[in-house]
Design a protein around this ligand. Structure first.
Ligand SMILES: Nc1ncnc2c1ncn2[C@@H]1O[C@H](COP(=O)(O)OP(=O)(O)O)[C@@H](O)[C@H]1O
Ligand SMILES: [Mg+2]
Length: 251
């Protein structure tokens, strides 16, 4: 489902990612770990074409990402949901409205976009948005303004919005970094439920190795911009974890 080949990225003189090769199968759940600055965000952002590599290729669903072709990128991103640590919602509008905007990525005509910008959404989109809010278990909050919601509720809205796109792939960059431990656990469980029940291929960046171990089948660890470990989570040894994070101290 996701294929990364000989991928390298530099920012100015600084090599951030060097010769990355990764294959992720459809329906897998993968956690990406590594010390801060090891290139995790750069790597997930390159999967949906937000970071252009200096060399190498990225394929999603057998098609090569055309980093320079805006229309092709837009089409590709329709099938890739993205979840962020700061939720990236429109705070001054309702949960439902935020979720409805997730449907915009699927609209093809300028007329549809124009109607939506005025707040006219199709009945079937509204029904679907309610269904997604109910899937993430906050249907009772649909008419609340986002700035009145808790962090965990905000992340649920963001996940419901991503689900509106009917994604094949879901990327989550530290989705629980701003949440308390109990809420974090529930958000991870929700992402795993989406992976399991909807068959969505999940790639999540996490800081917390324990959570990574408890929930994910596969782990990819970056160290100094290279893949340092790639395998089953149960095969990740404590000594390897220490090496991965030892890098942080060295900086
Ligand atoms: N847009 C950018 N311009 C310059 N340097 C960047 C940019 N984005 C990331 N970097 C650098 O690339 C390295 C990896 O960053 P990042 O992918 O955010 O790591 P992580 O998510 O693992 O903390 C860091 O040294 C960071 O400073
Ligand atoms: Mg990051």
């Amino acid at each position: 489902m996701i294929k990364i080949r000989s991928y390298s990225k530099n920012f100015k003189e600084h090599a951030v990612l060097t010769d990355i090769n990764i294959d992720i199968r459809e329906g897998e759940n993968t956690v990406l770990i590594g010390a801060s600055g090891s290139g995790k965000t750069t790597l997930v952002r390159s999967i949906n074409g937000m970071v252009v590599p200096d060399s190498g290729e990225v394929y999603v669903g057998n098609e090569r990402i055309q980093f320079k072709n805006k229309k092709a990128l837009r089409n590709k991103r329709k099938h890739i949901g993205m979840i962020y640590q700061h939720f990236n919602l429109v705070e001054r509008t309702t949960a439902l409205h935020n979720v409805l905007t997730g449907a915009l990525g699927r609209l093809d005509t300028g007329m549809d976009l124009f109607r939506s910008s005025l707040g006219f959404f199709e009945k079937k989109d509204k029904e679907k948005a309610c269904e997604m809010l109910s899937f993430v278990k906050i249907e009772d909050k649909q008419d609340k303004r986002v700035d009145k919601l808790s962090g965990g509720e905000k992340q649920r809205v963001a996940i419901a919005r991503a689900l509106m796109q009917e994604p094949k792939v879901m990327l989550a960059d530290e989705p629980t970094a701003n949440l308390d431990p109990e809420t974090s656990k529930n958000i991870i469980k929700l992402l795993m439920k989406i992976n399991r029940e909807k068959g969505v291929t999940l790639v999540a960046v996490l800081h917390d190795v324990e959570t990574a171990r408890n929930y994910f089948d596969r782990v990819i660890a970056l160290r100094g911009g290279k893949v340092y470990f790639d395998g089953k989570t149960r095969d990740l040894k404590d000594s390897c974890v220490r090496e991965i994070y030892g890098m942080e101290k060295a900086n």
